[in-house]
Design a protein around this ligand. Sequence first.
Ligand code: SF4
Length: 425
Amino acid sequence: MITVAGVQPESIADELGLKPGTQVVAINGREVEDFLDWEFLSADEEFVLHVRQPDGEEIEFEIERPLDEPMGVALEPPRIRRCANRCDFCFVDGLPPGLRDVLYIRDDDYRLSFRYGNFATLTNLKAHDIERVIEYRLSPLYVSVHATEPVVRRHLLRNPTAPEIIPQLQGFAEHGIQFHTQVVLSPSVNDGPVLRRTLNDLWAFGPGVLSCSIVPVGLTEFSKHHLCREPTTEECRAAVREAESRWPAALESRGIHWVYGADELYLRAGLPLPGAGAYDGFEQVENGVGAVRWLQQRIDSAAAGFRDWAGRRIGVVTGTAMAALMPQVLEPLARATGAEFELVAVENTLFGISVTTAGLLPGQAIAEALAARPELELALLPGESVNDDGLFIDNMSVESVARQLPFEIRLSKDFADALDLPLAA
Ligand code: SF4
């Protein structure tokens, strides 16, 4: 059963009298478990909807509607599937105490993998879940493979019952499910020959594995450093070599590069990023794979819509990871806008300086770094550093950061979304 969180005025749901708190019990007699059931079972022009209103009244509606007319219902967020693993490098273990409860949830949810591209290990699937993946054709799924060798994978996941990944993927692939995969590189565990075997196995799997990324493990000051470590420059270089050596054959037989190193892998390897063409469709850009090249492309294609920012001083906030790569983005941005961009690389005061990603920057650290730059007229903050409620990871709101600064701030994911409006008067 799922609960309605909101109803769009004058929508079908509104006309039926659905309201926040209405429970959706069943569609066509099938129990509605979550948003997947709702989306798939209510996708027809005609269906029978069984609801329980907040006052307890149960009603069945016979719905008939044109396919292009949405029902107008927002559902309460699903209960997240918990992870069955205990990876040494788990980011949740690396969180400091005192953050929002939700941040300590180890999620490993095939539904969010399908819907949002979150990576899942598929180690917590029950028979019912497998049936749903197949019935609803949840494809592509984003899968954390890490290693195809079962013993190594179980060790990495600290899960002695993790099923073998290749047969598991095979079972889905027989029903047309495809996968984007990732390997989080844990040095001395799944690099070197293990990485080679993993890539061999995933490639041999066939076109059902659409891509594979290699992402260096990232640790915080709170992580289990006695159990795992970050890769060295040479280890990152070896992984880049392993990936790139496969490109000619992949291009020849599938027309794509297929295996991609994360931007951070290149950065840690001290190697230049490949050109935009090496990322094909940027399928894993949300995973930090090709983000710099993607931003450059976004700037190029949005350049005509930018306002004239000539002579303006604009700060660009980022984590220390991207700081070394950002000049490659800011230079075309300055050309397109006429503005002077100043990089504000913020150290993470909450997790420690080893956490370098922009998405985890606390609001207070951003506010303090920007307060030291009064010459700025505008600052762009990484859009991924706030949640849907506009809160940074330390619970500080965007408004509260803005109040501490003498200039305007804007959240931005790709610059194209933040440079089309003039400064507030
Ligand atoms: S799969 Fe591993 S890294 Fe991901 S949430 Fe579970 S324990 Fe953490």
